[in-house]
Ligand binder design. Structure first.
Ligand SMILES: CC(C)[C@H](C(=O)O)[C@@H](O)C(=O)O
Ligand code: SF4
Length: 777
């Protein structure tokens, strides 16, 4: 694929450029999406939207679905079907709804009875569905994981899921380029998780806002794909839109023999590798932000607070909030310590742990389990540990680990060996913390209530979590007897010995013929594309002037887990979430918390929030957050900055988010809010006024968003009117990068247009049976 030679470009610039379908004068871009992963939590409302508008899924061949968030991780030996297996009503409804939707819309689906089921961000790479140079989206913030392959991969909200299902495109704009270069070497016991926790500690959870981070430098280059995935996974925790690593030999090695990658050694493989190699940033490419980190400064890192930026080395102590720079930070620090039940000055390794969780899309891959098993081997979980869970990221990871005997190492030590899913990462299934329980966790978020109401989470690497399980306290893995370093890093240096090879090799055998078919696809046979009749806008309420009470907030990093906790994500509707807004802040023991602003007069009827802290809406991509605000009656939030996904999601619901950087300006608006007076947001004139009509400040808003808000336009209808351009783009893609057309996958073995794999749960016998079983798409 040709890449402009003139101006030096970054990896991100190149991938982005190669996917532009249309560009407006104001910089609004229609971006083509190659790969769409779907899970049960963020898709029901999107499919419902399609049905209501009589729209189809444009590219079922480029869409892959699984259930992961809600699924129990108990044994599936007695599994008959998902409806009888999942006991909790709302979880079951979401999973069953996904099964109905994939059948109705013809989407490939890995259900609970399929070995390939697992966390979306584990199964995409494992199948070769994720490829370098692609655009990958999912209704999930940790889609950034796939950037490890040099893909531009980012989380989207449910409205955007619907947009991609209908059009295979997204409306977006360019992000800034940020480079984080980690040079030198990592010491034994230091892993990629420590790298990313250290980075977030340095740049903060808003450090990457509006940027795509390219991770580079000798440390990154030396890491395995699994380790790179852990790093890109948490780019979202640094506030970035996406994280990327340039594809290289380690990437190609990992992709060899993956079911959906071009056949190794074929012309198509060679062509793909040449293209993938060309994507590396040009030597003189410019970055808007550059961060340099020396690998030797990183030691095993762990969180102490309730935001991923609250990190300390394991050799450190619980910090004293009174030493923090501003009163806002001091107040936040005090609250965190109270929530976490910690006292300043306590050595981190004195903190006693109740539960240990090794899993999640950050650290549940085969290497993570190998590294943890290496620490655990021959030892016992400490007697004070109530539960220690190992939750593999997918059925294939589980199989591989069992083949290597890792399950035996864990169970002999006293760990539970579970089935694949998100599990205790966010506890939408029964794996949760009890109030005040403390968990050593390999997941990515330590927000309040994340792993269970009042649960206390410390984030760390798999070897550190394993060490905590053995010691019964947070522990420095390097001090454990017989510990000789992390296989994580060694893995990177010799990838051929350490990637999850066994199951890959099998598939090379069984898939060869079919993959040949894909490779030989005639260029003149276009992929099967479903285009529906272009619909005009379904319509949103118009937004012009909003006058009302504004509720003041003074917090930074108001995360979407706080805006709407996980227990309310199990709905399959967009409405009725107002009562759950800020649930754990608004209610205490079922009673209203009188200290919380929305429980006070006149703020019960607020239409606006004015928040003086940065990074409003960070964390999860759940569109339930703007739905809840909207349902409560809040149509606008004014804050110094917003997290990208939340910001986008709000506009899709006819809401206006207003970033105001200038402290004098935001303080003026905040003062009106504190006084309980109404303010007026005038969108056409882009100003905020006080109750008397005096202008307090002006604000910026992109032309396209403003146009959609004022006219109440739903952008799916608008995009569908560009069908000719999209079809033209698809033709070019089929010619230049034929390996991206998933039509071959769906056509495999299929004769006369019949699909090889029906979009239905694979029969139960597929799980746990002989490993010789073919694993075709
Ligand atoms: C459920 C989903 C919207 C959410 C996300 O986007 O991250 C979840 O995966 C999480 O980790 O909180
Ligand atoms: S962060 Fe946790 S809940 Fe979200 S996708 Fe990853 S494993 Fe699942």
């Amino acid at each position: 694929m040709p890449v402009a030679e003139s101006t030096p470009q970054t990896l991100y610039d190149k991938v982005f450029q190669d996917h532009i379908v249309d560009e407006k004068l104001d910089g609004t871009i229609l971006l083509y999406i190659d790969r769409h992963l779907v899970h049960e939590v963020t898709s029901p409302q999107a499919f419902e939207g399609l049905k209501n508008a009589d729209r189809k899924v444009r590219r079922p061949d480029c869409t892959l679905a699984t259930t992961d968030h809600n699924v129990p991780t108990t044994t599936r030996k007695a599994l008959k079907d998902i409806a009888s297996f999942i006991k909790e009503d709302d979880s079951r409804t979401q999973c069953v709804t996904l099964e109905e939707n994939v059948k109705e819309f013809g989407i490939t689906y890995f259900g609970l009875s399929d070995k390939r089921q697992g966390i979306v961000h584990v199964i995409g790479p494992e199948q070769g569905f994720t490829l370098p140079g692609t655009t990958v989206v999912c209704g999930d913030s940790h889609t950034s994981t796939h950037g490890a392959f040099g893909a531009l991969a980012f989380g989207i909200g449910t409205s955007e899921v619907e947009h991609v299902l209908a059009t295979q495109c997204l409306i977006t704009k360019r992000s800034k380029n940020m480079r984080i270069q980690v040079d030198g070497e990592l010491a034994p016991g230091v892993s990629s998780k420590d790298v990313i926790l250290h980075v977030i500690g340095q740049i903060g959870t808003a450090g990457g806002t509006q940027s795509v981070i390219e991770f580079s430098g000798s440390v990154i280059r030396s890491l395995s794909m699994e380790a790179r995935m852990s790093i890109c996974n948490m780019a979202i925790e640094a506030g970035a839109r996406a994280g990327m690593v340039a594809p290289d030999d380690i990437t190609f090695e990992y992709l060899k023999g993956k079911p959906l990658a071009p056949k190794y050694g074929s012309d198509e493989w060679n062509k793909a590798v040449a293209y993938w190699t060309s994507l590396a940033s040009d030597p003189n490419a410019k970055y808007d932000v550059d961060v340099f980190i020396d690998g030797k400064d990183i030691i095993p890192t762990i969180t102490w607070g309730t935001s991923p930026e609250d990190v300390v080395p394991i050799t450190g102590v619980v910090p004293d909030p009174e030493t923090f720079a501003t009163e806002g930070k001091r107040a936040a620090g005090r609250r965190m310590l109270e929530y976490m039940g910690l006292t300043p000055g306590t050595p981190m390794h004195d903190i006693v742990v109740d539960k240990v969780f090794i899993g999640s899309c950050t650290n549940s891959r085969i290497e993570d389990l190998r590294a943890a098993a290496h620490v655990v081997k021959g030892k016992k979980v400490a007697s004070n540990i109530k539960r220690a869970l190992i939750v593999p990221g997918s059925g294939l990871v589980k199989d591989q680990a069992e083949e290597e005997g890792l399950d035996k190492i864990f169970t002999a030590a006293g760990f539970e060996w579970r089935e694949a899913g998100c599990s205790m990462c966010l506890g939408m299934n029964p794996d949760i913390l009890a109030p005040k329980e403390r968990c050593a966790s390999t997941s990515n978020r330590n927000f309040e209530g994340r792993q269970g109401f009042q649960g206390r989470t410390h984030l760390m690497s798999p070897v550190m979590a394993a060490a905590a399980a053995i010691v019964g306290k947070l522990a420095d893995v390097r001090t454990l007897s017989e510990y000789t370093g992390s296989p994580h890093i060694e893995a990177a240096i010799a990838p051929e010995t350490t990637t999850a090879k066994a199951h890959v090799d099998e598939r090379v055998e069984t898939d060869d013929v079919e993959k040949e078919m894909i490779g030989d696809q005639p260029l003149d046979s276009p992929p099967q594309v479903n285009t529906s009749v272009p619909k005009t806008s379904a319509g949103l309420p118009k937004y012009e002037i909003l006058k009302g009470i504004a509720a003041p907030m003074e917090k930074a990093n108001v995360d979407t887990d706080a805006i709407i906790p996980k227990q309310f994500l199990k709905t399959i509707k967009r409405t009725g979430l107002g009562t759950a807004l800020f649930y754990e802040w608004r209610f205490k023991d079922g009673q209203e918390n009188q200290d919380f602003v929305l429980n006070k007069e006149p703020y019960r009827n607020a239409k606006i929030i004015v928040c003086t802290g940065e990074n409003f809406g960070c964390g999860s991509s759940r569109e339930h957050a703007p739905w809840a605000l909207n349902d409560f009656g809040i149509k606008s939030v004014i804050a110094p900055s917003f997290a990208d996904i939340f910001f986008n999601n709000s506009f899709k619901n006819g809401m206006l988010m207003i970033p105001i950087k200038d402290k004098v300006d935001i303080d003026a608006v905040h003062a009106e809010a504190v006084a309980g007076r109404e303010i007026e947001i005038d969108l056409p004139n882009q100003v905020i006024k006080d109750a008397e009509g005096k202008v307090l400040c002006s604000f910026d808003v992109e032309e396209f968003r403003k146009h959609c808000l004022i006219n109440g336009l739903d952008d799916i209808g608008l995009t569908m009117q560009l069908d000719d351009k999209i079809a033209e783009f698809e033709k070019k893609m089929s010619r230049d990068t034929p390996w991206l057309d998933g039509k071959g996958y769906l056509k495999r073995k299929g004769q006369g247009g019949k699909l090889a794999v029906k979009a239905a749960p694979v029969p139960k016998t597929n799980r746990g049976e002989t490993k010789k079983e073919p694993l075709e798409w």
